[in-house]
Design a protein around this ligand. Structure first.
Ligand SMILES: *[C@@H]1O[C@H](CO)[C@@H](O)[C@H](O)[C@H]1NC(C)=O
Ligand SMILES: *[C@@H]1O[C@H](CO)[C@@H](O)[C@H](O)[C@H]1NC(C)=O
Length: 424
C-alpha cells in the first residue's frame, strides 16, 4: 500500500510541471473580435504574406509566403486548446514565383506547389522537413498576371488525383465562355500521369467551368467537393449600377470526387455571362428575382438571357458581395465548413475581413440553410471596426485543421498564423 501511495505521489509531484507548459503570448497586430464560444491566439508573426496552409502527417504546418517567395515548414508545440506555439521553422522551398497553392497527398509523401504558370511536385519527408526530386507537372496557366493564384487539392476520397483551379483573365473574361480557353475552371489530373511528364493545364478533365475565380475549394468528409467563387466587380444590370450589393459570392457544389457520373461533373456554373443575385431590391423589377438566382450580367440580349442563366448550375449558398471568400475547410464529421473572407475593394464601406462558419447536415453533406438564405455564414472572428480595413485588419486567406482538431488561419496583411479555439 505504502509503495503504491508513494508512486502516486511521485507522479503527482511531476504533474504540475507538465501542465505548467505554456506558450508565450504574441500580441496581434490588431486584436480581432470573436463570436460567442470562440477564442484565438497568434501562433506566429513576422511571416511574409502567408497564403496557402496545410498540415503534413507529422503535424507540421506548411505555408506558402507570397511575399517571401517560397514554402515555410513550421514545427509546433501543442499544449492543448489555443496554447500552441512554434518550436522551430525554416524555409523549405525557395522560389520567387510561388504565390499561393499547396497540397499534399494523403500519405504525406508528395507535395504540390503552384505559381501563376505552373505546378511542381516534390518528394516530401515531414519528419526531417526536406524535399527532393522536383518536377514540373502542369504548365501553361498564365493569365497575363490577372488572378494569379492556382489553388490545389488532393482529395482524401480519391488520393490519386490533383485538382487545380484557374481563374479568369479579366473581370469579365468573355473568352472564358469557350471551354478550350481553360480559364475559370477546376481541372482534374491523374497524379501518375503528370508525374510521368509535364502536362498542359488544358489537358486535364474539366471538373467545373464558368467559375470566375474560385480561389478556395475543399472536400467534405463524404468526398463532396465545394468551392467558393469571387463574383464580378462593377456589376450593372439594364444600365443600372448594382455592384455595391451584387452579385453574391457563391458556394458551389461539384459532386463527390469519387463518383464520376454525378450530375455536377463537368457542369457550367454561369460565368462570364451570368452571376447570382445577392440584393434583388436594387434590380429593375425586383419582385422577379431572389437571392442566389443566376441572371445575366449587364443587359440580356440575343441568346444571353436569364433563361440561359437558369439552365446553369446555381450556387448552393450565397454570401455578401465582394467579401472575397478564399478557402473552405470542413470539420471532421462534416457538420460545419469554415470560410475565410479576405475582404472587399469594390465596395465602400468595405465588407469581409472575417472568418465564418457555415452549418452543414453531416448526413446529406449539404448546407442546412436554403439557397436563398442571407445569413448562412456566422461570424466567428472579425474586425470590430471594418471601416479601418484593410489597414491593420487581419485578412484571412487559408484555414486548416491541425492533428488535434484546432483550426489554424493565415492572415496575409498582418503576416500572422492564428489558432482558433471553439471550432470543432
Ligand atoms: C467516396 O468517398 C467517400 C469518402 O471517403 C466514401 O464514404 C464513399 O463510400 C465513396 N464512394 C464511392 C462510390 O466510392
Ligand atoms: C459533429 O462534431 C461536432 C464537434 O465535435 C459536434 O458538436 C456535433 O454534435 C457533431 N455532429 C454530429 C451529427 O455528429
Amino acid at each position: 500500500m505504502i509503495g503504491i501511495r508513494y508512486v502516486v505521489m511521485a507522479i503527482a509531484a511531476l504533474m504540475p510541471q507538465a501542465f505548467a507548459q505554456s506558450c508565450g503570448n504574441i500580441n496581434p497586430v490588431n486584436a480581432p473580435t470573436f463570436g460567442p464560444g470562440y477564442s484565438g491566439r497568434v501562433v506566429m508573426n513576422g511571416l511574409r504574406m502567408p497564403r496557402g496552409m496545410i498540415f503534413d502527417n507529422q503535424g507540421n504546418i506548411l505555408t506558402t509566403e507570397q511575399g517571401g517567395y517560397g514554402v515555410r515548414y513550421i514545427q509546433l508545440n501543442d499544449y492543448g486548446g489555443t496554447n500552441v506555439c512554434v518550436r522551430s521553422n525554416k524555409q523549405l522551398i525557395s522560389d520567387y514565383s510561388i504565390n499561393h497553392g499547396i497540397a499534399l497527398t494523403p500519405d504525406g509523401k508528395t507535395l504540390f506547389v503552384s505559381s501563376l504558370t505552373s505546378v511542381w511536385s516534390w518528394d516530401y519527408d515531414g519528419a526531417t522537413g526536406t524535399v527532393s526530386n522536383r518536377k514540373t507537372v502542369i504548365q501553361n496557366m498564365q493569365n497575363g498576371g490577372f488572378h494569379p493564384t492556382r489553388t490545389l487539392l488532393v482529395p482524401k476520397a480519391q488520393p490519386d488525383v490533383l485538382l487545380v483551379q484557374r481563374g479568369s483573365a479579366d473581370n469579365i473574361d468573355t473568352a472564358a465562355s469557350q471551354i478550350g480557353t481553360a480559364r475559370s475552371q477546376i481541372r482534374v489530373f491523374k497524379i501518375s500521369e503528370i508525374q510521368a511528364g509535364v502536362k498542359d493545364y488544358a489537358s486535364g478533365e474539366v471538373l467545373a467551368w464558368g467559375l470566375r475565380n474560385s480561389v478556395g475549394f475543399g472536400e467534405h468528409p463524404n468526398g463532396g467537393i465545394w468551392s467558393v467563387d469571387n463574383g464580378v466587380d462593377d456589376m450593372r444590370r439594364e444600365n443600372r449600377d448594382i455592384h455595391h450589393t451584387n452579385p453574391c459570392e457563391e458556394l458551389n457544389y461539384h459532386g463527390k470526387i469519387n463518383v464520376t457520373n454525378s450530375p455536377e461533373r463537368g457542369a457550367h456554373y454561369g460565368y462570364p455571362e451570368c452571376a447570382a443575385v445577392w440584393d434583388p431590391s436594387v434590380l429593375p423589377n425586383p419582385s422577379q428575382f431572389k437571392v442566389g438566382q443566376p441572371i445575366v450580367i449587364g443587359n440580356p440580349s440575343g441568346q444571353t438571357t436569364d433563361a440561359l442563366c437558369a439552365s446553369r448550375q446555381a450556387p448552393k449558398l450565397c454570401f455578401p458581395s465582394h467579401t472575397a471568400p478564399l478557402d473552405i475547410k470542413f470539420n471532421a464529421n462534416g457538420s460545419a465548413a469554415y470560410i475565410p473572407f479576405h475582404g472587399s475593394w469594390n465596395k465602400s464601406p468595405p465588407d469581409g475581413f472575417r472568418l465564418s462558419r457555415v452549418a452543414f447536415n453531416p448526413a446529406t453533406g449539404m448546407p442546412t440553410e436554403s439557397s436563398t438564405s442571407t445569413n448562412a455564414a456566422q461570424n466567428i472572428m472579425y474586425n470590430a471596426n471594418i471601416n479601418s480595413c484593410p489597414n491593420r485588419c487581419f485578412r484571412p486567406v487559408n484555414v486548416a485543421f491541425g492533428p488535434n482538431g484546432q483550426l489554424f488561419m493565415t492572415s496575409d496583411t498582418t503576416n500572422e498564423i492564428w489558432v482558433i479555439g471553439g471550432t470543432t
